[in-house]
Design a protein around this ligand. Structure first.
Ligand code: GLU
Length: 447
């Protein structure tokens, strides 16, 4: 049994109830095998065994009172996964399907994503099984305050800096920041994704989406192609999709779909800049988590209830909804339609079997931990802004973001090339992200 096989089999035994976590670890470890061969000292110091075990996992009760005066109890999580290269950094996800396995998969991915940005941030993730959809503002505020009443003692600007993720946007961050400040009596950049009036970063809201499109542009460029005139299938309609659609429009591409848990929208005229783009924000703010109303508002568009958009023919596919939205079935449809480029916007949108099928069939894949790293990169810029008691302009932020995304693409491509794998961004991103973590962990001794 190889070192990787041994670690994976141990991992599966210990975490049998956490399939998403096993999936994320398997994807990374299988692709870094060539690096491990070159560095036998990693096995001798149990580097992988340490890497797959979070440094700390916090689980807590979140009691709150709903608008009818009924007491509700949710479960809160913060997994502080790896601090080898910086304070724990990563979002909070509020969604009914959140459990420890989801937070651990996201936290594990975050280690490599944050490493790829080239910035000094470790990996962490948290959240709750609280569902913000359909809740009143007052309920969301009471929940966020209760959540922070426990979380505050575990985080800090130099310890662990949470941000948003699915179900957590500027509104939730605001409520949590206010509560942190009351409890700790410290005004510090403990959360990112804040509002502009109290330390937030210009451009952070659109950063993830813009970054994804810059990454896709670099992928296309490698093959002598450009985004201008390309038809793009996008899934989701939240913050990440919105930023992605906006940048695609700016660069002359045409977005023909968006989607929600209720189905997908096909818009033959494109989800164009202006009214249509802005409507995504309205859909998000409605708190209903459905995209169907888009087709009522823009009658040229069609709503396909209960369906995913992956069967629509396009030049480029950008999933921006949630994990595992592309399985073997969708991958087969995409290949049959002649899909050439898949740039992953959401975290781990593709199952491992679908990923290898797509790659075997010549689809170029931009992996999420590289392609969507622009969000957390700008979060780190927000941390720097707060620590320096200053404010950066949108242009300063956009310029850094674009530079960071080009660097991530190039370092993934270079790592893949170095190990004789050609242009394999999936393996290259894992290798480049891992190498920095491994160097830092080795230098810091057994800890
Ligand atoms: N939740 C985002 C991610 O998956 C952003 C995390 C952050 O800004 O800390 O990377």
């Amino acid at each position: 049994m190889s070192y990787v096989e041994r670690v994976l089999s141990e991992l599966e035994k210990k975490n049998a109830e956490q399939p998403e976590f096993i999936q994320a670890v398997t994807e990374v470890l299988t692709s870094i095998a060539p690096v491990l061969e070159k560095h036998p000292e990693y096995e001798a110091s149990a580097l992988l065994e340490r890497l797959v075990e979070p440094e700390r996992q916090i689980m807590f009760r979140v009691p709150w009172v709903d608008d009818n005066g009924k007491v509700q109890v949710n479960r809160g999580f913060r997994v502080q996964f790896n601090s080898a290269i910086g304070p724990y950094k990563g979002g909070l996800r509020f969604a009914p399907n959140v459990y420890l396995g989801i937070i651990k998969f996201l936290g594990f991915e975050q280690i490599f994503k944050n490493s790829l940005t080239g910035l000094p941030i470790g990996g962490g993730k948290g959240g709750s099984d609280f569902d913000p959809n359909g809740k009143s503002d007052a309920e969301i505020m009471r929940f966020c305050q209760s959540f922070m009443t426990e979380l505050f003692r575990h985080i800090g600007a130099e310890t662990d800096v949470p941000a948003g993720d699915l179900g957590v946007g500027a509104k939730e961050i605001g409520y949590m920041f206010g509560q942190y400040k009351r409890l700790k009596n410290v005004y510090e950049g403990v959360l990112t994704g804040k509002g502009l009036a109290y330390g937030g970063l210009n451009g952070r809201t659109e950063a993830t989406g813009y970054g994804i499109v810059f990454f896709a542009r670099e992928m296309l460029k490698h093959f002598g192609e450009e985004l201008k005139g390309k038809e793009v299938v996008v899934s989701g309609f939240g913050n990440v999709s919105w930023g992605t659609v906006q940048k695609l429009n700016q660069l002359g591409a045409k977005v023909v779909t968006i989607s929600g848990p209720d189905g997908y929208i096909y818009d033959p005229d494109g989800v164009t800049a202006g009214e249509k783009e802005d409507y995504l924000l309205e859909l998000r703010a409605s708190g209903k988590n459905i995209c169907a109303p888009y087709a009522e508002k823009f009658p040229n568009a069609t709503f396909y209830p209960g369906k995913k958009p992956w069967g629509v023919k396009a030049d480029l596919y950008i999933p921006c909804a949630t994990q595992n939205e592309i399985t073997m079935k969708e991958a087969e449809e995409m290949v049959a339609n002649g899909c050439k480029f898949l740039c992953e916007g959401s975290n781990m949108p593709t199952t491992n079997d679908a990923l290898s099928y797509l790659q075997k069939n010549g689809v170029v894949v931009g992996p999420s931990k590289a392609a969507n790293a622009g969000g957390v990169a700008c979060s780190c810029i927000e941390m720097g802004q707060n620590a320096g008691h200053t404010v950066f302009s949108p242009d300063q932020v956009y310029a850094q973001l674009e530079n960071i995304m080009v660097n991530i693409h190039d370092s993934a491509a270079k790592a893949s090339e170095e190990y004789g794998l050609g242009y394999n961004l999936l393996a290259g991103a894992n290798i480049a992200g891992f190498q920095k973590i491994a160097d830092a962990m080795m230098a810091q001794g057994i800890c």
